[in-house]
Design a protein around this ligand. Structure first.
Ligand code: BV8
Ligand code: ZN
Length: 239
């Protein structure tokens, strides 16, 4: 396993770099993760909420969960891990941040070359006419209604059983097919297809670096793993 200095060298000398993030990168900003001890999904079974079937059955209940999460995230700010990822982007001619996070904090931190593969909690889309907009405030009435057609608005996120939007999925597979280094930070690597992304890059010869206090199913294929908090490790690794 490489040391931090060796891994820093891989990152610095890479022309093409991919960073894959999960909820752990936002944990130090106060955004609850999904599967951690205080995990979002400890209170409720995600399958009973983050699915099209749950929404079809009880859109009001699903929206109460999302409105609660939006309120929680609204008070959160990017942490040094987000900032380090935004900063390294400018230094690379070929870079893509692939994030599973829907909280929008990477964008607030300044990341521009990013693929939000699971969507964005601040986007709402009409389930009837498809009209889409950013909405940062609370909705007075749940489920919220479309101003254009009166249909029900849904959160602009990808639910279980839904395909990833083709544009972000293609962008992710593109960078994974050519990056020299992949940094995997803050993900439990259990949700597909993102859980398979490290293996895609590794098969092609990329160096894979993991940043996570815990072991994950991809730890075994990593060239280096740093068992620490992303807010502390990423500035040292990417700086
Ligand atoms: C699809 C948006 C195909 C909504 C999310 C059986 C086996 C295998 C796969 C499946 C299966 N059955 C179904 C599937 C497919 C399914 C899936 O993977 N299920 C899992 C549960 C087994 N996947 C899908 O359905 C995907 N679509 O496959 O489509 C298809 C083909 C044809 C036709 C139709 C469909 C869609 C998946 C997207 C689901 N949406 N979110 C919302 O947020 O409400 S997933 C959700 O989990 C979040 O997006 C989150 O990002 C993601 C992954 O979680 P993590 O980010 O990893 O977060 P987690 O809490 O798990 O872990 C945090 C980590 O951080 C931990 O490791 C912790 O140690 C670490 N950490 C903590 N603190 C720190 C830290 N690290 C660093 N620093 C710290 N300070
Ligand atoms: Zn509409």
């Amino acid at each position: 396993m490489g040391t931090l200095e060796v891994a820093r060298g891989w990152v610095r000398s890479s022309r093409s770099l991919c960073v894959l993030t999960g909820a752990g990168v936002s944990a130090e900003s106060g955004v609850p993760t999904f599967r951690g001890p205080e995990g979002l999904w400890k209170q409720r079974d995600p399958m009973s909420l983050a699915t099209p079937e749950a929404f079809a059955e009880d859109p009001k209940e699903v929206w109460e969960w999302y409105q609660w999460r939006r309120r929680k995230i609204r008070g959160c700010a990017p942490n040094p891990g987000h900032a380090a990822i935004a900063a390294v982007e400018a230094a690379k001619s070929d870079f893509l941040l692939v994030t599973q996070n829907v909280d929008g904090l990477h964008r607030v931190a300044g990341s521009r070359r990013l693929a939000e593969i699971h969507g964005n909690i601040w986007i709402v889309r009409c389930a009837t006419c498809g009209a889409e907009r950013e909405e940062f405030g609370d909705f007075p009435e749940l489920p919220p209604r479309c101003g254009a057609c009166g249909g029900i608005l849904r959160p602009g996120v990808v639910w279980f059983g839904e395909r990833l939007p083709a544009d972000v999925s293609d962008a992710a597979m593109g960078i994974l097919s050519r990056c020299e280094v992949l940094v995997v930070a803050g993900t439990s690597a259990v949700v597909a297809p993102a859980s398979g992304y490290a293996a895609v890059a590794k098969r092609r010869g990329a160096r894979v670096i993991e940043v996570n206090p815990d072991e994950t199913p991809v730890s075994g294929i990593c060239d280096a793993a740093f068992r620490g908090k992303s807010g502390e490790v990423l500035p040292a690794l990417l700086g």
